[in-house]
Write a protein that binds this ligand. Structure first.
Ligand SMILES: Cc1cc2nc3c(=O)[nH]c(=O)nc-3n(C[C@H](O)[C@H](O)[C@H](O)COP(=O)(O)O)c2cc1C
Length: 175
């Protein structure tokens, strides 16, 4: 059941020193290409990075929340053509999370690194840093980097009794 998969998903930021099988990476990428998108515009592009030096460079894209990428087996940088569709943020986000869920189904850990709207340093946007590191053309926004690798940290599922059910409203707000 898909819900069982969702119950055990957690963000993984510590990885074993073990490469990701080519077939698993291909399945993860296929799942991204199968993602729904607004009006079927598919505004995304994906840059797959496995080279250690390149992962190290991307790990420095922000001051906080990206350093763990150094230890990942692979990263997929999610880009979007902002002129293709006004819902590109949603489209790129959906593809990002679909890759994460596919990875989890394959026994592979992952974590989202937010790039859009974040700073590399006071004067440099994280997006520009990543664009420069990977040679991404100006017309593409950088939404996220999804880090992948086999987990080297124990993570327990979110306890079900603690789920914020009060955030769900039936028929009208507040009920
Ligand atoms: C839009 C979005 C942006 C995120 N950005 C980062 C990030 O930049 N760095 C990071 O370590 N985790 C990031 N995360 C992971 C969240 O911190 C994580 O999902 C949250 O703490 C809940 O933990 P869980 O995924 O284990 O349930 C992001 C998640 C989402 C959905």
């Amino acid at each position: 059941m898909f819900i069982e998969l969702l119950k055990t998903r957690r963000s993984i930021r510590r990885y074993q020193d073990r490469p990701l099988e080519k077939e698993k990476l291909e399945t993860i990428l296929k799942s991204a290409l199968l993602s729904p998108s607004s009006r079927g515009t598919r505004p995304w592009q994906f840059v797959v990075v496995t080279d250690r030096a390149a992962l190290m460079k991307l790990a420095a894209c922000k001051e906080h929340g990206s350093a763990f990428l150094k230890g990942a087996a692979a990263a997929v940088v999610v880009l979007a053509d902002t002129a293709a569709c006004e819902a590109w943020v949603e489209d790129a986000s959906i593809a990002s999370v679909i890759m994460q869920l596919t990875a989890h189904a394959l026994g592979v850990g992952s974590c989202w690194i937010q790039v859009r709207g974040r700073q590399h340093s006071r004067d440099v946007k994280a997006e520009d840093y990543v664009r420069d590191a990977l040679g991404v053309p100006e017309e593409y926004a950088v939404e996220s980097i999804i880090a992948f690798g086999y987990a080297d940290e124990p993570k327990t599922p979110h306890p079900e009794p603690q789920l914020p059910h009060a955030k769900v409203h039936f028929e009208s707000y507040g009920r």
